[in-house]
Every structure is written in C-alpha cells, then in structure tokens.
Design a protein around this ligand. Sequence first.
Ligand SMILES: Cc1cc2nc3c(=O)[nH]c(=O)nc-3n(C[C@H](O)[C@H](O)[C@H](O)COP(=O)(O)OP(=O)(O)OC[C@H]3O[C@@H](n4cnc5c(N)ncnc54)[C@H](O)[C@@H]3O)c2cc1C
Length: 364
Amino acid sequence: MDCDVVVVGAGLTGSSAAWQLAVRGLSVTLLEARTIGHTDGSSHGTSRIYRRAYADPHYIQLTGQAQELWDELEDRSGTRLRTRTGGLDHGTERRPEALLTLMKEHGVPAELLTPGAASERFAGMEFAGPVLFHPDAGHLDADRTVRAGVDIAAASGARVVEQSPVTGIEQPADGVLVHTGDRTIRAGHVVVAAGPWLPELLPSIGVLPRLPRTWVTQQQVFHFRHRDPRAAWPTMVYKEGIQLFGLPSGADGGSTPAMKVAQHDGGTATTASGRDRVIDPASRETVTSWVRRWLPGLDPEPVAEASCLYTMTADEDFVIDRIGSVVIASPCSGHGAKFAPLVGSLVADLVEGGRADPRFAFRA
Ligand SMILES: Cc1cc2nc3c(=O)[nH]c(=O)nc-3n(C[C@H](O)[C@H](O)[C@H](O)COP(=O)(O)OP(=O)(O)OC[C@H]3O[C@@H](n4cnc5c(N)ncnc54)[C@H](O)[C@@H]3O)c2cc1C
C-alpha cells in the first residue's frame, strides 16, 4: 500500500476529513484537482452562517456535536474561524414559534421577539412578524477553515498534492487504486469529497452506490454596505414565499462593513464543469428589492457579487456513507459548512469501520 487513505478534493469536506484521519494516525494523501482555496466550487470565501436553529431535531443535535470539533480545530490551528453574532429566524414559513419550542426542548438558548422589539435591538432591520433570536449563531471563515484543515493534516504527516485531478477509482480485491493523470496510488480506502463534481466523477468509480438523485445549482450572493459602519448585526434566515439568508460579509464584501444576502432557493441548474458564473439578474433584483424593503440599514446597491455551487438532494440531507473501500461524503444542499469538522469526523469513523448515520446513508 502507498498509504492508508486517499482523500479526493480539498474543499471544506476533504480538508476536514484529511485532518481527522491524519490526527488519528492514518497515512493520508490529499489530492486536489486545482489549488487549495480556489473559487470554482462550494467552499471559497470568508462568510458562511453557523447556527443551531433547525426545524429538524437531528440537525439541532448535530450542530451541538459540531461545536466541540470547531473548538478543537480552532485550538489545533491557533486560528479563530468563527465569529459569534447571534442569529435571527423570521418569516411565516420559518415558523419562529415552532423553532423556539424545538430549541427549548434541546436546551439551546433562544428567545422570541416581537417585530418592534427586534427592530429596536437591531437598528436598520425591519420585521413583519415574530422573530426568533438565538445567541449561539454567527459566521465562519470558509477559506481559513479549509487552510486550517489542510495545514493540520500536513503537520500530522499527510501528503497534500495540488493540481492533481483524480481520473478514476478501481476496487480490486484488496483496497483501492486511485488514478490521476500521472500516477496510480494504491490505498486501503478512498474518500470522495468532490463536492459538485461528484455527479461527474461517479461513473469512473468502480462501484455505484445507491445514491439519491443529486443535482448542481449555481447560486449567487450579493454584498450590501452598512449605512452605519458601526452596525453589529446578527446572521439571519428568512422564509416566506422566498428563502433568503444574510450574514456579515467579512473580506468578501470589500473594505467597509457589509452584509452578504442571498437567495437559498432559485438557483440555476448547471454542472460543475459547465457553469457560466453569470450572475442571474432576476436573483439580483429579488434580493435587492428585499433588502430595500426589510433592511433599510443597508445601501441597496450591491458592492460585490459572486457565484457558488450547491449540490442538492431532494430531502436536503447529506450523503456520507461507505461502499466497500470507497467513502462518499457530500454534505450538500447549501448548509454543510457549519458541520465541516463533524463531517470530517464522521468520514474518519467510516474509514475505521463505523456505520453511517442512517439519515446520511446511501438511499435511492
Ligand atoms: C453560496 C453558498 C453559500 C453557502 N452558505 C452556507 C452557509 O451559510 N452555511 C452553511 O452551513 N453552508 C453553506 N453553504 C454550503 C457549504 O459551503 C458546502 O456544504 C461546502 O462548501 C461543501 O464543501 P465540499 O468540500 O463538499 O465541496 P467543494 O468545496 O466544492 O470541494 C470539492 C473539491 O473537490 C475537488 N475535486 C473535484 N473533483 C476532483 C477530482 N476528480 N480530483 C481531485 N479533486 C477534485 C474540487 O476542486 C474542490 O476543491 C453554502 C454554499 C454556497 C455555494
């Protein structure tokens, strides 16, 4: 064997899997088709929401488990990756009252605010109905998180190879053969963490697991400057007719404080290698109109915009399971970043013979 595990892809998933595997003492080769930190996939940029408010108890529990591993990642890397701001949930379809009940049942601090009280607390934001606030939410820096995972993996002995696209995977009787353009690596296991490239890579994997239907959408995000640069806003999730989210932009929004606001729904169907990066004007208009109506504290003219790829499943659950010596990890549907270190740990458990979380197991 050349190594115990080959990890394919160094986004949030592959980098987290690599550090978890390497610190458990396994020899790891991390193969990235492009360069670490590139902007063609799902993990680039400074801003992703982490939050504990989910309408699904399973994910509330997982956000709790993820927190401990975020602490570990920050400690090991000596880098602050998360910024705690608190988080808001509002809009009739977000059902803030029902969320409050669930949060209380799971011991997660949260409170319900009237629209007036919420506007008073967060000047420049307006609301039409009840608003859930929970303090244990904030935003994380995706670029730094990827870097931290790769660096810890490398410091623990992992070989990190950039510009090395995997072209095929075979499963002989024992272990796997992972082919790139210029070499074949024999390993005990392979972890496929190829994000939106997964549907394209699947045919070259020697086994076809019962994967749920996955599809890729191009999403767009917009950054709006705060009128008051001292404003300190929480993150936000809104659902009523449309689904939007908002969070401090960090460096992605430029040099003055800004909020990133984006539509969670309404992406354009595409493929990872066929996407065009063209910002959908209809989405820009939808988001800008919404900002103008509900976030008067922002200048409604975007100061920056970018596109990014979601890998979707119909139930919006992740896929993290193993078939033979092949682990497939796709924490997708636009909400996987907040779980990155936990996903790395679940992947490492599978490599070491553990069973899949039933919610993330292969399914038709
Ligand atoms: C606009 C946007 C906003 C989001 N906001 C949030 C949020 O607020 N909160 C949240 O929790 N989540 C959020 N997410 C989701 C989160 O960012 C993703 O779940 C996460 O980034 C997925 O990471 P990944 O590593 O699986 O995929 P990717 O980051 O795409 O990484 C896959 C990697 O595999 C590499 N690769 C592909 N094929 C090969 C090959 N053949 N050989 C070698 N390498 C290969 C690619 O180059 C790439 O680097 C958001 C996603 C987007 C797009």
